[in-house]
Design a protein around this ligand. Structure first.
Ligand SMILES: NC(=O)c1ccc[n+]([C@@H]2O[C@H](COP(=O)([O-])OP(=O)(O)OC[C@H]3O[C@@H](n4cnc5c(N)ncnc54)[C@H](OP(=O)(O)O)[C@@H]3O)[C@@H](O)[C@H]2O)c1
Length: 255
């Protein structure tokens, strides 16, 4: 599976944790060359250490909401490898709250990290992806496909990301660049633990997840990573503009 990813240059944002970390490890096992990004230096080093099999790994530290950091990321990638084959737009964050409780500051922060950063990085990466007939995989969410209460800004950011995926898939198809997204359900990562719910509430949330996901459980990071690799590889060579739910069937449920 995914032998086409050997020696390919893969840029993964948010690789210091969770889904991004699992994705880096999986691409490494397929013999890819990696650029991994994050803000937490020791966590990023842990990811690099866990990437057994990678041909080469470039670690890049920085906050992607700073425009100069995004510019430097693309510059360093091309300086180091001379090309880019796959861009995985994975870095993201969540703010809880609905229309009555989400401030404009929280809204702006969410849209900035989950959408504007992706727009900016993709814009700068596209000339290099056209040169390699490369691939973009965006990490969206089931929250883009269905309505949820109490997580409004996040839902909006992911819905906009899906439209971004579809629009640029159309724009770039004549240049043989494919663009797709994975749309995970609940996968336990720092994104959940950083919300600092009390342990009892968190346990209740996990219990509830057994009923909100048709397969009766939450997902694992490597289940998302393998789907990202599928969309990045030639195994999905006739797929572009698609949203692939990795959510145990949550998007087809009507509870
Ligand atoms: N977990 C889920 O249930 C779930 C479900 C659906 C979709 N997703 C999506 O999956 C993606 C990965 O999330 P995750 O669950 O793996 O969460 P996570 O463990 O919290 O990882 C988030 C990653 O994004 C990076 N990041 C966040 N803000 C950044 C910024 N301003 N600049 C640079 N890097 C930044 C973090 O870097 P540092 O930690 O180094 O700061 C970290 O590596 C996100 O797009 C998320 O929306 C997650």
């Amino acid at each position: 599976m995914a032998t086409s990813l050997k020696d390919k240059v893969i840029l993964i944002t948010g690789a210091s944790s969770g889904i991004g970390k699992a994705t880096a490890k999986h691409f490494a096992s397929l013999g890819s060359k990696l650029v991994i990004t994050g803000r937490n230096e020791s966590a990023l080093q842990d990811t690099a250490g866990a990437c057994k099999g990678a041909v080469d790994i470039l670690q890049f530290l920085g906050d992607l909401t700073e425009e100069s950091v995004v510019e430097e990321l693309v510059h360093k990638t091309i300086e180091h490898y001379g090309q880019l084959d796959v861009l995985v737009n994975n870095a993201g964050m969540v703010e809880m709250g609905g229309i009555e409780t989400t401030s404009l500051e929280q809204y702006d922060k969410t849209m900035n990290v989950n959408l504007r950063v992706i727009y900016h990085l993709t814009m700068l990466a596209v000339p290099h992806l056209i040169a390699t007939k490369g691939v973009i995989v965006n990490v969206s969410s089931v929250t883009s496909l269905r309505a949820f209460s109490g997580i409004l800004a996040y839902c909006l950011s992911k819905a906009a990301l899906d439209q971004f995926t579809r629009c640029i898939a159309l724009e770039l198809a004549p240049k043989q660049v494919r663009v797709n997204s994975v749309n995970p359900g609940v996968v336990i990562t720092n994104m959940h633990t950083s919300l600092k719910e009390d342990p009892k509430q968190f346990a209740e949330f996990l219990e509830q997840c057994k009923t909100t996901h048709a397969l009766g459980r939450v997902g694992e990071t490597d289940e998302v990573a393998k789907a990202i690799a599928f969309l990045a590889s030639s195994d999905s060579s006739f797929t572009t503009g698609a949203q692939l739910p990795i959510d145990g069937g949550r998007h087809v449920m009507c509870p």
